[in-house]
Design a protein around this ligand. Structure first.
Ligand SMILES: [Cu+2]
Length: 90
């Protein structure tokens, strides 16, 4: 884990830890704040997930994960198992 105390100017656009990857999942059937919470929570409980943020307007979940610990398939499955059909967004 890197502990750089100085955020990069574009830290929100850059992954500070190069071993991590980011994927955007298209998520169906999210209708309210509880859905957002449920999907984010399902993803955050998967080992290897560093962060998960749902954007309700775009109907997506943006997930930052460690590819050495978890595969994208498992992220899709975690969301689907929580009741929200999901797929990797191209
Ligand atoms: Cu809901």
């Amino acid at each position: 884990m890197s502990r750089d105390p100085l955020p990069l100017p574009n830290a929100d656009l850059e992954l500070t830890d190069r071993s991590l990857r980011q994927v955007t999942l298209a998520v169906e059937n999210m209708g309210c704040a509880l859905c957002k919470y449920t999907v984010e929570n399902a993803l955050r409980q998967v080992e290897g997930v560093q962060s998960a943020e749902v954007d309700m307007e775009r109907a997506v979940a943006v997930v930052t994960y460690d590819p050495a610990k978890v595969r994208v398939d498992a992220l899709v499955k975690a969301v689907s198992d929580a009741g929200y059909p999901a797929a990797v967004k191209e």
